[in-house]
Design a protein around this ligand. Structure first.
Ligand code: NAD
Ligand code: DAU
Length: 379
């Protein structure tokens, strides 16, 4: 049995990850630690928590006593740290929270692991570690900054973050590496590109665009829409993390991405076209639409679902132009390759949102309305 502490698993990627490893391995026991911020939602994982293989603890990764208690109660083999404030736009509004959670929270978990996992000292004074343990930090390609039209991020690309979010994630990576170098702690780091898929919170581009189309609202595209992101289906990211946690090399960093670069405007246009097509083929989905204009033959009209919904709005401050990952190392060393083609993944994702409107309603019923108002009213 391998016992995991998975933090932030009530959020988008963490939830997909626990579903993935529970399905893939029989030998896993998971303790989820999540503060249930606006981005964490128990409904997302309620089917997975069975109190035999998967337990849920509500709490903050910055809480030292709680972390020590968890390490005392469970003999963790692996820590996989997803918990973070993850949205760049929110980090521009409130940087301090990002520094607290993303940097100090990570450091708190590293220290709790150190207190629990160190078995003694070697002849040079370095700590010795319980066999088979590992701390995995889920990081991001944003630590590398922004690319021009050419080139890719490799693990050797200098760190050059621009937003408070990416600076906090970079700092966390540096702390993790400092624990590797100073204490020889068994750590790994993954740096992935933009994920998409089920349970993605509708503050992020793809789920926000889907939600707005269904509500007949304008589709806000920052700047001129030419910024490029490298999109990866979330399950492919989960598979990469699983491979790294189980088979990666101690102390190594792995970039994860599927060579799937798209301009934001392409993503928005594709989402519009896909929703239009699904609703043409399966008119029963039209009942979800808030705007109920009727066609002469008595059907709910979808004629208005077109590119005229797009509105170019004020750009994000410090907006990175292009991200693109070179995943050669993880492919060569661990045999990882993405399985989901973007054309299939985006249709699967849109269908998931059409079929899970209750989830969307629930996760956006709280502070989301205020957030949306404030973020977009003057744009
Ligand atoms: P998310 O915002 O959807 O989820 C974050 C989760 O962390 C939520 O469940 C939230 O409740 C929890 N959390 C926040 N602060 C906490 C705290 N102080 N203590 C305990 N729990 C806390 O984020 P996501 O998109 O799933 O991202 C997960 C991780 O992956 C993050 O570390 C992010 O930096 C990284 N990442 C994300 C992407 C992406 O495209 N979304 C890509 C690469 C890396
Ligand atoms: O690259 C990995 C990162 O991807 C992760 O580390 C972050 O946690 C994750 O949030 C994501 O960051 P981005 O800033 O790239 O994602 P977001 O969905 O916020 O924006 C994607 C692009 O779309 C970006 O260029 C900004 C633009 N955008 C976004 C929103 C929300 C718009 O044009 N309009 C919008 O309304």
């Amino acid at each position: 049995m391998k016992t995991y502490l998975v933090t932030g698993a009530a959020g988008f990627i963490g939830a997909n990850y626990i579903k993935y490893i529970l399905g893939k391995h029989d030998d896993v026991k998971i303790v989820i630690l999540d503060a249930l911020t606006y981005a964490g939602n128990l409904e997302t994982i309620s089917q997975d928590i069975d109190n035999e293989r998967c337990f849920f603890v509500k709490g903050n990764i910055c809480d030292r006593n709680l972390a020590d208690q968890l390490f005392a109660d469970y003999k963790f083999d692996y820590i996989v740290n997803f918990a973070a404030e993850s949205h760049v736009d929110r980090s521009i509004e409130n940087p301090q929270l990002f520094l607290q959670t993303n940097i100090l929270g990570t450091q708190n978990l590293l220290d709790a692991a150190r207190r629990a996992w160190v078995t003694g000292k070697d002849e040079n004074g370095y700590p010795t570690w319980r066999k088979g343990v590992r701390f995995h930090q889920v990081s991001t390609d944003e630590v590398y900054g922004s690319l021009g039209a050419e080139g890719y991020f490799t693990e050797e690309t200098p760190l050059c973050p621009h937003s408070p979010y990416s600076a906090s994630k970079t700092s966390a990576d540096l702390i993790v590496m400092a624990y590797r170098d100073t204490y020889k702690m068994p750590v790994t780091i993954s740096r992935c590109s933009n994920n998409y898929g089920p349970y993605h919170f509708p503050e992020k581009l793809i789920p926000l665009i889907i939600k707005n189309i269904l509500e007949g609202k304008r589709l806000p595209v920052y700047g001129d829409g030419t910024n490029v992101r490298d999109w990866l289906y979330v399950e492919d990211h989960c598979k990469a993390i699983d491979m790294i946690v189980r088979n990666g090399k101690d102390g190594e960093i792995y970039n994860v991405g599927g060579h799937n670069e798209k301009q934001n405007i392409e993503i928005v246009k594709l989402t519009i076209a896909t929703i239009h097509q699904i609703m043409t083929e399966q008119p029963e989905y039209r009942s979800i639409l808030k705007k109920k204009e009727m066609t002469p033959d008595g059907q709910i009209s979808i004629d208005w679902i077109n590119d005229s919904l797009i509105t170019f709005v004020k750009d994000r401050l410090g907006h990175d132009q292009r991200y693109a990952i070179d995943p050669t190392k993880i492919t060569r060393e661990l045999g990882w390759t993405p399985e989901t083609k973007f054309e299939d993944g985006i249709v699967k994702t849109i269908r998931w949102y059409l079929d899970n409107q209750k989830w969307v309603k629930n996760v956006t019923s709280g502070e989301y309305q205020n957030y949306y108002e404030n973020m977009y009213k003057n744009r």
